[in-house]
Ligand binder design. Sequence first.
Ligand code: FDP
Length: 363
Amino acid sequence: MISFDALKTSDRRQILKVKDKKDDEIPDAHRTDLMTITRFVLNEQSKYPESRGDFTILLSHIVLGCKFVCSSVNKAGLAKLIGLAGETNIQGEEQKKLDVLSNEVFIKALVSSGRTRVLVSEEDEDAIFVESSKRGRYCVVFDPLDGSSNIDCGVSIGTIFGIYMVKDDHEPTLDDVLQPGKQMVAAGYCMYGSSCTLVLSTGTGVNGFTLDPSLGEFILTHPDIKIPKKGKIYSVNEGNAKNWDAPTATYVEKCKFPKDGSSSKSLRYIGSMVADVHRTLLYGGTFMYPADKKNPNGKLRVLYEVFPMSFLIEKAGGQAFTGKQRALDLVPTKIHERSPVFLGSYDEIEEIKALYAAEGQKK
Ligand code: FDP
């Protein structure tokens, strides 16, 4: 390596100029001390001397899956990836719909990590039990491409994942994944939007990383995300209002016509859970998919939608509630089970809990 003294005077001056500058004054070309997601997870790992590095390896495979899907989503229109599964392209190859492709990408990435045991994907009816030669200690539940009704119009979509760690002293069974969300060791999502953002919690705090396409690296851009305690936004599919129960209807009425002199809340509903939850995490407020008369369990799936998002919201200081209990206390009995969910700012969810408690007393 060339020493500082051997450098040309102009280069030496440049380096000294950069050294004296504050962080935000340094031009991009000189910013090499970036906190990448790998560096971040390795730092976390070093806090646990007994750690074997398995989680870091697993996460690097998830990150690879996210980069692959991000790139496919970005070029979907061009590559004619959008279309019916089963159609053939000009080379006579079978075209895959983005959700089918994303599922394959994640399954391959997870199995090849050699660290997984049981996988549950929104796309597959049955759980996948990883063959013994490739097996590890982690179970991953995931929705490879959530918000799929938004794919064809370019609205933000995302991948959601939750991770359990189990003992590797038994043959894998469904019980390895039919565990309450509070047992997850990590959860996150990757949003494919105007930028590609990966939000992760490994149990303490929530951190957001943005993909720098020129580097191909996720860089820490949103350290230690905390959800505001109160919020000015509510997010729900109001088209279902005629079938809501009384507490949901009362809460939404209060958002629109507050009686305590406060301002009305704004309604924002993208209809893509990752995007709606991302906004809720950053700006505060509530995101709801309640039960209704037609769907007594709501719409969202417990294992790979409700649990990972509730985990992140709680770790950021918010709450997640089902209408009956803390969402992360639910014990799923089926891998594709659904549950109503209300998640968001701490005080907003307190209000919803109080409305349900009052309703319960009437009965
Ligand atoms: P989608 O049907 O487009 O896949 O559970 C999937 C989901 O989207 C969520 O991402 C989203 O929050 C919700 O469904 C939207 O449901 P509605 O269209 O009923 O509002």
